[in-house]
Structures are given as C-alpha cells and as structure tokens.
Design a protein around this ligand. Structure first.
Ligand SMILES: Nc1ccn([C@@H]2O[C@H](COP(=O)(O)OP(=O)(O)OP(=O)(O)O)[C@@H](O)[C@H]2O)c(=O)n1
Ligand SMILES: C[C@](O)(CO)[C@H](O)COP(=O)(O)O
Length: 374
C-alpha cells in the first residue's frame, strides 16, 4: 500500500488578509506551509500551488512535486489527484495547507480507519448550543445532535476518490462531500481542537500560541543482533535474498540486519525488543519473514504519533559482500517502514578477520534509529 499526502495550497487567502496569501505568511518565523509540510515529514507529498507561487514553493520544498491548483479548492484537489494517477498510490490523505497544526496521532487514526472504510475524515462534535440569527438578534435555535465540524486531512482509497472527483460537478466544500456524492462511506474519526484552519487574521495568534506550547520529542534507539551460519545457499539481509555458500540459523528467517533495526525502533519507544512482541516460544513465528516484525515496529511508531527521522544499519561480516546489495536493502527497508529511502542507510564492515565474524561463524548487525514527534 502506498500512501500519498496531497496538500492544497493554491488559495489566495482573501479572508485572512495580509500582503501575501496566508499559507506563505510567517508563523513563529516560518511560512505556515513549512509547518504543514513538517507535520507529514517522511511521507510522500504532492503540493498543489497557485502559478504565482511557483518560485516560493520551489525554494521552500525543492524535493516535493508541485501541481498547478485550480480556481476552487475542489479543482486544486482534482488536478493533484490526476497527477498522481498511475504512480502506484493506493491511498491518499487530502489536507489543507492552511492547517499547520495537524498531529501525527490524528494521521495515524485516519490511516487505521481507512483499512476498514473507503474514506475517513476527522471531525469534532458540535458542543455549543446553535442559534439562527437575523439582524443581530437570535431568530431561532438549531439542534446540535449529530452535527460535526469537519477538518482535514480527509483520507480515501485513491481510485475511489479520483473517480468521485471526476464525476462531481466541482462545487463541493470538501472531499467528503465529493466522496458521499459518489456513494462512498466515510468514517468519522476523532478530530483535534488544535487542528485549526487559518481563515481570519486572528487565527494566526492562536496558532502561534499553540505552536509555542509544543515541544519536540526526539528519541533514539539502538539494536544489536547476531546469527550463526549453518549449511545453505543464501542469507536474508535487510529484506534482500543474497546468494551465499551458507545460510543463517534462526527461529525466523534470521535476517540479522532487519532484527537489529526493529530492536532499535522498539528501543527508541522504550517498548522492549522483538522477543517481547513475537516470542520465539510461539510456534507461529517459526520461519517468519522478518518484515512482519519491522512493519509492526513502524506501525507502533505511527500510532504513538512519531515519525522515523532516520535510521542506520551496519552489517558486520567478511562475506557475503554487501556493497552490491546495499541499495536494494535500503529501498526494501524504506518500503516496509513506509519512509523515504533517503532516511535509511545500510552499510557494512568486516572485523578484519578477528572474532566470530572474522572467522565467518556468523553475521552481526548494529542499528540506530531516531524518532521525532513535533
Ligand atoms: N483554489 C483553491 C482554493 C483553496 N485552496 C486551498 O484549500 C485550503 C482551504 O481553503 P480556504 O481556507 O478557503 O483557503 P483560501 O481559498 O485561500 O481562503 P479564502 O477563501 O479566504 O480566500 C487552503 O489551504 C487553500 O490554499 C486551493 O488549493 N485552491
Ligand atoms: C475542507 C475544509 O477545511 C473542511 O473544514 C473547509 O471546508 C475548507 O475551507 P472553507 O473555509 O470552507 O473554504
């Protein structure tokens, strides 16, 4: 499953005022959009922008693909969805660039809900009494039962929401409206009071106060693993099958690199190690592919609201030679964890023929991982 984040930032922000559109105005020293992009760090992002903002966007986010927005929010979304077609994306989170305070915990709730529904969106139940008003006077009351305040990101299965946008006349306030018009069920996920949309000038001060109260939590973990050689004709290392004149012995597939990395991630969250989550005494994990362990650890990271900032795996062996496979290993680890390959490093060293790795009795691996929660 490949998830893309589609951030719409092509509006002109007329209600917010200011010399430049609201998403480019500074909030605690950085453009609003920089905060929004940081909230999705490590995920695949596409940004819809106004043609006048191309230079600003290229300077702020040189590595993020840009799509030209349209005259309405719905048109901007549709343009970006069309640009994503055929790229292998299966799920999409559609988010307002003007909501810089979206949290990782909210993103994780949406991703979980999307496993069971074609769409999922955050909302807050209306808690204040509702009135109608005319000429400055209360003219009636309105039941608040079943009423919600809609937020973004709104999450969908990609093919369904693209088809829904293609079929819609184009005047929808949000993507939930488009999805519902196409008959898709959209699950309501608990929203976040802090996930405000900058709409009016006064919203900037509130967003600034909320950002000030946020502290960044950075966590580091390390992992170490060893597996002995046995008879065989290949080894599994960092998710790649490497031909060799021996195999590695273990309860699972003995992928020593992936085990060290998985332990580093659990360690960063103070959640023990692989053995705690997948006990070797449990026969169901005998011969298990280690990607199950790594994917579990990466999911825990998301559920706890962190992102994998980077990780680094070192394999210690004389043979097989790792260099020719290092790129494939990097790509595979990144795919399993759902992060950009640039955040994953795989390298190797020999131990100068010293010790058990030097005598080619087995392979050792050490890994480090850094998690960040903004
Ligand atoms: N043609 C448009 C209009 C809106 N948006 C984006 O949709 C989000 C939510 O829209 P809104 O808050 O209404 O933004 P603006 O249209 O910019 O604001 P205004 O209506 O005050 O001009 C914003 O991130 C905005 O940049 C967009 O990408 N393309
Ligand atoms: C999509 C949205 O953010 C949901 O709350 C909102 O509808 C878009 O902004 P607008 O102020 O309604 O234009």
């Amino acid at each position: 499953m490949t998830t893309a984040v589609l951030i719409v930032a092509a509006g002109r922000g007329t209600r917010a005022g200011g010399e430049i559109p609201k998403q480019w105005q500074l909030l605690r020293g950085k453009p609003v959009l920089a905060h929004t992009l940081a909230a999705f760090a490590g995920m695949r992002i596409v940004l819809a922008i106004h043609p006048d903002d191309r230079a600003r966007a290229a300077a702020l986010a040189p590595d993020i693909p840009l799509v030209e927005g349209g005259a309405t929010r719905a048109q901007s979304v549709k343009n970006a969805l069309e640009a994503l077609e055929g790229t292998g994306v299966t799920k999409v989170l559609i988010h307002d660039g003007a909501r810089p305070l979206v949290s990782r915990a909210l993103i994780a709730r949406l991703e979980a809900a999307l496993d069971a529904h074609p769409g999922a969106a955050p909302a807050l139940a209306v808690t204040d009494a509702l009135w109608r008003g005319e000429a400055g006077l209360v003219s009636g009351t309105q039941s608040r039962d079943g009423l919600y305040r809609a937020q973004t990101p709104q999450a969908f299965r990609f093919a369904e929401i693209l088809a829904a946008h293609r079929a819609h006349p184009g005047n929808a306030a949000d993507d939930v409206e488009v999805a519902r018009a196409a008959g898709l069920d959209v699950a309501i996920v608990e929203g976040d009071e802090d996930n405000l949309k900058l709409t009016f000038p006064g919203d900037f001060a509130r967003a600034g106060r909320l950002l000030e109260g946020r502290t960044m939590d950075v966590r580091m973990g390390n992992g170490y693993d060893v597996h002995a050689f046995t008879a065989g004709d290949h080894v599994w290392l960092c998710g790649v099958k490497v031909p060799h004149d021996k195999a590695l012995l273990g309860h699972s597939d003995a992928d020593v690199g992936m085990h060290a990395l998985t332990d580093a991630i659990y360690g960063a969250m103070a959640m023990g190690d692989i053995g705690r989550h997948f006990p070797p005494s449990d026969p169901q994990w005998k011969g298990a592919a280690s990607h199950i362990f790594l994917a579990h650890a990466a999911n825990m990271v998301r559920e706890k609201g962190y992102v994998i900032s980077n990780c680094d795996v070192t394999l210690v062996c004389e043979r097989p030679k790792i260099g020719p496979h290092a790129h494939a290993m990097q790509q595979e680890l990144a795919r399993i964890m759902g992060v950009e390959p640039g955040r994953v490093s795989v390298k190797a060293t020999t131990s100068e023929r010293l010790g058990f790795t030097g005598r080619e009795e087995g392979i050792a691996s050490i890994a480090t991982c850094v998690l960040v929660r903004a």
